[in-house]
Write a protein that binds this ligand. Structure first.
Ligand code: CP
Ligand code: NVA
Length: 306
């Protein structure tokens, strides 16, 4: 049985297999010919943070696969009142077929998974957001950009950045990261990424100059400057990230065929301008929809590997 906690635990072949399966299911679904791959299976979805995309894509996804999703907010379940993770994991996994969790510390997710008798999926932690990257890479493939891929991530060194790093290091493409000083990525994640790059031929580089990062890139991406749990730092961060907005001028430094990705929610006038977000290079809504299809691929893949 496999969990899906970070891309670190997956090989290049496995990551591509999951995404290809998602693309296949997407085609079947659009043709109204998708089999009920997970007939009568249940997915428990534990949310300790807010969500629009992750909740709707997993809940719709499991239903479209012939199963049922249970939305479990920490406001409603005993976990939120202090029931231990290890008890919650054993109880829920004895009653449902798969579990998705969105939480704070990555170690909380790992603890949950270590007590779960069914596959556990990371729906976002403070450190990683791997399901988002499945959808992002599916969008890159659909836009024909996976060959000679040069991705640029401009913004906060956060869960999205770490996930991009793991994807680049596993699949072997070039990723340039630009963050302001003091908002760098986790040093251990960078170290591990460099080790994986030696095997894959990937290249993950780092700069404090956003323009240097986006120059010649064909995928340009960013994320909120203040992640969930950092709301109180918002004003301080807006000042620290001055000059990091992806605007038309920044996009013009990328290749002509470059696409703009954003996991959403986006904050217009902060990490990205209205013009870029709504512009012709932006594929953010295809990317968001692909959460549904990529995660269906993931759930079916995890079911096949138990
Ligand atoms: N991108 C993403 O995970 O969005 P939500 O926070 O709305 O789930
Ligand atoms: N970095 C953001 C991603 C939201 C999908 C956060 O953790 O809030």
């Amino acid at each position: 049985m496999r969990h899906f906690l970070t891309l670190r635990d997956y090989t290049k072949e496995e990551i591509l297999e999951i995404i290809e399966l998602g693309i296949k299911i997407k085609k079947e679904f659009k043709a109204k010919a998708q089999p009920p791959y997970l007939h009568t299976q249940t997915l428990s979805m534990i949310f300790e943070k807010s969500s629009t995309r992750t909740r709707v894509s997993f809940e719709s996804g499991i239903f479209q696969l012939g199963g049922h999703g249970l939305f479990l907010s920490n406001k409603d379940i005993q976990l939120g009142r202090g029931e231990p993770v290890k008890d919650t994991a054993r109880v829920i996994s004895s009653m449902t077929d798969m579990i998705m969790i969105r939480t704070f510390e990555h170690s909380r997710l790992e603890e949950f998974a270590s007590y779960s008798s069914v596959p556990v999926i990371n729906g976002l932690t403070d450190t990683y957001h791997p399901v988002q990257l499945l959808a992002d890479y599916m969008t890159i493939i659909e836009n024909g950009l996976e060959k000679n891929l040069v991705a640029a991530y401009v913004g906060d060194g956060n869960n999205m950045t770490h996930s991009w790093m793991m994807l680049a290091a596993k699949l072997g493409f070039e990723l340039r990261i630009a963050t302001p000083k003091g908002y760098e990525v986790d040093a251990q994640v960078m170290k591990d990424t460099q080790e994986f790059c030696k095997i894959s031929g990937g290249k993950v580089s780092y700069t404090n100059d956003p323009k240097e990062a986006v120059k010649g890139a064909n995928v340009i991406t960013t994320d909120t400057w203040a992640s969930m749990g950092q709301e109180e730092e918002k004003e301080k961060r807006i000042k620290a990230f001055s000059g990091y907005m992806i605007d038309d001028e920044m996009m013009a430094l990328g290749r002509d065929d470059a696409i703009f990705l954003h996991c959403l929610p986006a904050y217009r006038g902060q990490e990205v301008s209205e013009e870029v977000l709504e512009g012709k290079q932006s594929v953010i809504f295809e990317e968001a929809e692909n959460r549904l299809h990529a995660q269906k691929g993931l759930m079916v893949w995890l079911d096949l590997h138990r």
